[in-house]
Design a protein around this ligand. Structure first.
Ligand code: FAD
Ligand code: SF4
Length: 461
């Protein structure tokens, strides 16, 4: 294996990606279909051949689930798509989804990216699954083992925990408040980025595991956490972050002021909330960008994002920002809403003009108001996308706590909470949530085995 510098010197390293095709922005804004297009087999092989086969697999090490990216990229470069699928599915039970919408931390770490564009690892995962998963593979349950586990929440964290535990042979029951599997992935990620069919591909592989799904069961109201803890050997809590941050501004209760997650959930359920022709979204994360692009597909003519810092500080993924800009979304920086105005519904957002000051605790420069400088943005609707946290109101009494990022407090390596028999986990991306669920499942298995050894010893005495 040789270094990037060696490869460059020998003129072998190709800094340019095999281009990824997509539907033209002007066309795709009137469609809810996925707009990125699959590499052909030949394109995938050519792209994978850009990998310089690093001795230290930076791509793999950057991945929260340590997906063997180097391994499957090399297999694709040799035309071995079936082998690549085996490699991918070994660590990744949401591979089809992640082949489309992973934030691809592997690509950020890929050394080829230092001299040009990183290897298109995420796109290659999609190609491997498309060309190498002919006899759609599935997960098999190992021999039956002691232990029945309750998983609360069927998002990526809960599903990854359930998959790992069921594959290990445990009986697993998943309690999910909504009527579908997938959590935020199927409840909010717009179908033009991730179709329901893609998610189904991942679920199909899990079918032989015999996991019991109890949909429409809200833990806290339909059954309590205490009851689950008493009735099961272990409980994993993967409830995500569904409680919206509050916008405390005059006018916040006016009609046509929407909360981002509720708005996206309604759209995903087939509703079309009234938005009119000019919509502003407050926020700078992926959720704000998804809202701004969704309203375009609902017929809005002007979609504006209002963000209080600059592009550099925007937490949304760069690819999403670029795609939004190419679709015509107007992102306005250094503006912070002061007041919402309107009679029968919201009609304008009064914004404070900001400038950047000293860095705050997050390391990003703090937005500071410029005295006396305000602007008025006329709107027909407003979407508020300013963050969310876990909803703990349904779990009173047991003492679960919220961390600063809005998730449940749990050991990051094991998922253990301070309450015996209860694990928790989730994360800011699908792959982080997958990692948290898998880590907790491994720890639960260790816990059950240790408990069983003690029981066996006691009964032998
Ligand atoms: C609009 C949007 C776009 C995103 N885009 C991407 C992307 O492109 N790439 C990416 O990697 N990540 C993306 N994310 C983030 C990703 O979806 C989340 O990080 C991930 O889904 C978190 O997984 P989780 O299992 O922790 O929680 P969730 O996915 O939130 O799942 C939690 C589940 O628990 C259920 N639940 C909650 N309370 C209870 C209860 N009391 N009883 C029973 N069930 C309960 C919920 O209904 C839900 O199904 C996006 C998020 C949003 C909102
Ligand atoms: S970091 Fe990039 S070049 Fe190195 S092994 Fe991974 S994909 Fe290949």
């Amino acid at each position: 294996m040789s270094s990037v510098a060696d490869q460059m010197a020998r003129g072998r390293l190709n800094p340019e990606r095999v281009p990824i095709s997509y539907v033209d922005p002007a066309k795709r804004i009137s469609s809810w279909e996925e707009y990125y297009q699959l590499y052909t087999k030949e394109e995938a092989i050519a792209e994978a051949q850009r990998c310089v086969r690093c001795a230290k697999p930076w791509c793999t090490l950057a991945c929260p689930i340590l997906q063997d990216a180097r391994g499957y990229v090399i297999q694709i470069s040799e035309g071995d798509f079936e082998g690549a699928v085996d490699t991918i599915l070994k660590d990744n039970m949401l591979a089809s989804c992640l082949g489309k919408v992973c934030y691809s931390y592997c690509e950020d770490a890929c050394v080829v990216g230092k001299k040009g564009e990183p290897v298109a690892i995420r796109h290659l995962k999609w190609a491997a699954l498309a060309y190498g998963d002919g006899e759609a593979q599935s997960y098999r349950r190992q021999e039956k083992r002691e232990g029945s586990i309750a998983v609360i929440g069927a998002g990526p964290a809960g599903l990854a925990a359930a998959q790992h535990l069921a594959e290990h042979g445990c009986r697993v029951t998943v309690f999910e408040a909504s009527h579908k599997l997938g959590g935020l992935v199927t409840q909010t990620i717009p179908t033009y980025r991730l179709s329901a069919e893609t998610f189904e591909e991942d679920m199909k592989r899990m079918e032989p595991l015999g996991i019991e799904y109890r949909l429409g069961v809200n833990v806290g109201t339909d059954v309590t956490l205490e009851e689950l803890r008493d009735g099961y050997s272990a409980v994993f809590v993967g409830i995500g972050t569904h409680k919206a941050g509050v916008l405390n501004l005059p006018g916040k209760d006016l009609p046509r002021v929407y909360i981002a997650l509720d708005f996206l959930k309604r759209v995903m359920d087939g509703e079309r909330p009234e938005v009119g022709k000019r919509v502003a979204t407050i926020g700078g994360g992926d959720v704000a960008i998804d809202c701004s692009r969704t309203v375009l597909r609902m017929g809005c003519e002007e979609s504006i994002v209002l963000y209080r810092r600059t592009r550099e500080e925007m937490p949304a993924a760069n690819e999403e920002i670029e795609d939004a800009l190419s679709e015509g979304v107007d992102i306005r920086f250094l503006v912070s809403p002061l007041e919402l105005q309107g009679e029968d519904c919201v009609e304008a957002v009064v914004c404070q003009q900001m400038e950047l000051g000293e860095p705050d605790s997050s390391g990003r420069r703090r937005p500071v108001p410029i005295e006396g400088e305000t602007t008025v943005v006329p709107v027909d609707a407003l979407i508020v996308a300013i963050g969310q946290k876990a909803d703990l109101e349904t779990f009173p009494g047991l003492g679960l706590e919220l961390a600063r990022d809005g998730s449940l407090v749990a050991d990051p390596e094991t998922g253990r909470t301070k309450i015996e028999g209860i694990w928790a986990g989730g994360g800011p991306s699908i792959v982080h949530a997958h990692a948290a669920g898998t880590k907790a499942a491994k720890d639960i298995i260790g816990y059950l085995e240790a408990k069983q050894k003690v029981t066996t010893k006691v009964s032998r005495r």
